[in-house]
Design a protein. Structure first.
Length: 277
């Protein structure tokens, strides 16, 4: 990627979806309102039964269909991407209007990948407020290491992301990569870090639409747990737990973060006992 400040590289935004009609309009509207305009949007959809595809077409997104799950969907989106920069976004995330413009400037200047500072979108319920304070806690620590930290890159140079996916294809059996839900971002970031660890943080970048109830959290992390056990065979370094943000402390944010971790860890552990990989 050239360092000419006048260069406006194409940014490919890859969004996996499945029955995402409730949140996708907010995500796509935030992309439409970006101050940076050289963008393509790739929706990788797992045959949604709601209006997800109709919404994606309304925003002129390119649509790719797959029965694969999260890691495979991101990989497939990467294969269709034409941009020099790729952003791995989720369908429940809302971009700050200047996020892409500021991110591209940072990458043109010195970074190979960027962690997007994430905040909670309009928290209302107790669970959403727990996520809100947890995100403040982990971003305050600023541990960028892919093994013992929990911050994960989402914006990559295309060439670096391609190297990372090649390593993942080499290390993971196709059936595991195709069905993986858990730790998809962690694996991508870990492999990218092996090639180039020039990672930065893009501040005030994205807002996350959090689960509203404990039941939603339980269902979500139980599903994640079901795909984690086999991953530990291939990425044992990523299955040891994230030490830095979960250190016991009497500080309020630390205690809140620990409480939320427990709410996620218990269904996650139960999911591991019922792994389907």
């Amino acid at each position: 990627m050239t360092h000419n400040t006048q260069h406006k590289p194409l940014v490919s935004i890859i969004i996996p979806t499945y029955n995402s009609a409730k949140t996708l309009p907010l995500t796509l509207e935030s992309i439409k309102r970006q101050t940076y305009k050289n963008i393509e949007v790739i929706i990788v959809d797992s045959y949604s039964q709601d209006k997800t595809i109709k919404i994606a077409r309304r925003y002129n997104a390119r649509i790719v269909l797959t029965h694969g799950r999260l890691l495979w969907a991101r990989y497939l989106g990467h294969l269709h991407a034409k941009g020099e920069v790729e952003l791995l976004l989720d369908s429940d995330q809302i971009l700050n209007p200047t996020a892409i413009e500021r991110g591209v400037k940072m990458m043109l200047k010195e970074y190979d990948m960027l962690i997007l500072e994430e905040k909670s979108y309009k928290p209302r319920t107790l669970i959403q407020w727990l996520f809100y304070f947890d995100r403040r806690h982990i971003h305050a620590i600023k541990d960028l290491h892919p093994v013992h930290g929990v911050l994960l890159a989402r914006m990559y140079r295309h060439k670096l992301l391609h190297k990372a996916f090649n390593r993942i294809r080499y290390k993971l059996p196709l059936r595991v990569m195709y069905r993986l839900v858990s730790q998809d971002h962690a694996i991508i970031y870990y492999e990218a870090w092996q090639h180039a660890n020039r990672a930065g943080i893009l501040e005030d970048a994205v807002y996350h639409i959090e689960p509203a109830t404990l039941a939603e959290v339980v269902r979500k992390f139980y599903r994640y747990g079901k795909t984690e056990l086999s991953i530990s065979k291939f990425y044992p370094e990523l299955s040891k737990g994230k030490r830095t943000p979960r250190k016991i402390s009497i500080k309020p944010y630390s205690l809140i973060s620990l409480a939320l971790w427990l709410a996620k860890a218990i269904p996650y552990a139960l999911g591991k006992l019922n792994t389907n990989l």
